[in-house]
Design a protein around this ligand. Structure first.
Ligand code: C2E
Ligand code: MG
Ligand code: MG
Ligand code: MG
Length: 280
């Protein structure tokens, strides 16, 4: 029976698999070229204080400004970049872009001094022994005070080797930056790990925000996450807020910050700058 199953699987997957491999190779060589040509740029999505809607900071999100395809979203290139290791160079370019952009804004816009910049760090990047030195040198070069930078790391990345992860996270923290757990609730979270890791914030995945209004149980899940986070002295960010009702609910659950299309989509640098004009 197993043999039969294996046979079927082969017949079923082979063409798709080949297509997949060909696609990965095509995207990989295009990615390499694009990294050389500096075709990636950070877009900036506002993160606000839920209490009053004031601007708290931004999340930098990678976009590929492709000469033929136009704007390409991360869903189409991050997986391949991760698989091929090119994410290390891509992540470095986005981190550099994000840090130098906020550093610049701090000098040109009154009220921008305390804004935070969140940058995503992938599994491969986190595993690189050079990560800490790299982050330190990018901070130095950009002139951004470390306290204005926040690195977002998913739970799956840090749950791997807990000892090793704790060491690396402590080294990153010693630079003076903030750490946030991204997509919380989608991986294998362990509360005891959460307590051991030197985290400052926890980000509730948008899938929870989406489900929130579907049933009272889903609201209780978010309430439990927020309470647990606060008892561990972590601030809570909710991502994917699209409606006022979601915002009101999250605020009533004591969630600290929010991000989502209700406020703004990820914006190109020039458009994000328009928001800074309103700061005082
Ligand atoms: P993420 O870090 O969880 O980022 C949040 C994603 O949710 C972004 O998708 C953002 O555009 C989207 N989003 C925010 N608010 C809403 C909303 O109200 N509704 C909906 N439907 N979506 C919303 P994006 O920009 O496509 O990025 C997807 C993922 O790609 C990110 O998820 C992150 O895991 C990864 N990524 C993006 N940029 C980078 C990067 O520079 N480095 C690394 N390592 N990963 C990145
Ligand atoms: Mg993120
Ligand atoms: Mg997230
Ligand atoms: Mg997410």
């Amino acid at each position: 029976k197993a043999k039969e199953k294996g046979k079927n699987r082969y017949a079923e997957y082979s063409p798709k698999m080949r297509e997949g491999i060909v696609n990965v190779i095509a995207v990989e060589s295009d990615l390499k070229r694009a990294l050389k040509e500096k075709e990636f740029e950070a877009f900036f999505q506002p993160i606000v204080n839920l209490a009053d809607g004031s601007l708290y900071g931004f999340e930098a999100l990678a976009r590929w400004v492709h000469p033929e395809r136009g704007l390409v979203n991360p869903g189409e290139f991050i997986p391949v970049a991760e698989e091929t290791g090119l994410i290390v160079e891509l992540g470095r370019q986005i981190l550099e872009d994000a840090c130098s952009t906020l550093s610049h804004w701090r000098s040109t816009h009154q009220g921008a001094e305390s804004l935070t910049m969140a940058v995503n760090i992938s599994a491969k990047q986190f595993a690189e022994a050079t990560l800490v030195a790299e982050v330190e040198s990018i901070l130095d070069r950009s002139g951004l005070p470390p306290g204005n930078l926040k690195l977002e790391i998913t739970e799956t990345v840090v749950m791997g080797d807990a000892m090793e992860s704790t060491n690396r996270l402590n080294l990153l923290k010693s630079l003076g930056l903030m750490l946030s757990i991204d997509d919380f609730g989608t991986g294998y979270s362990s509360m005891s790990y959460l307590q051991k890791f030197p985290m400052d914030q926890l980000k509730i995945d948008l899938s929870f925000v989406r489900r929130m209004e579907k049933s009272p149980e889903n609201i209780e899940i978010i309430r439990a996450i927020v309470n647990m986070a606060h008892s561990l002295r972590l601030r809570v960010v909710a991502e994917g807020i699209e409606t006022e009702r979601q915002r009101d609910l999250l605020y009533s659950l004591q969630c600290d910050y929010g991000q989502g299309y209700l406020y703004a989509k990820p914006l190109p640098r020039a458009e994000a700058e328009l928001l800074l004009e309103k700061l005082k």
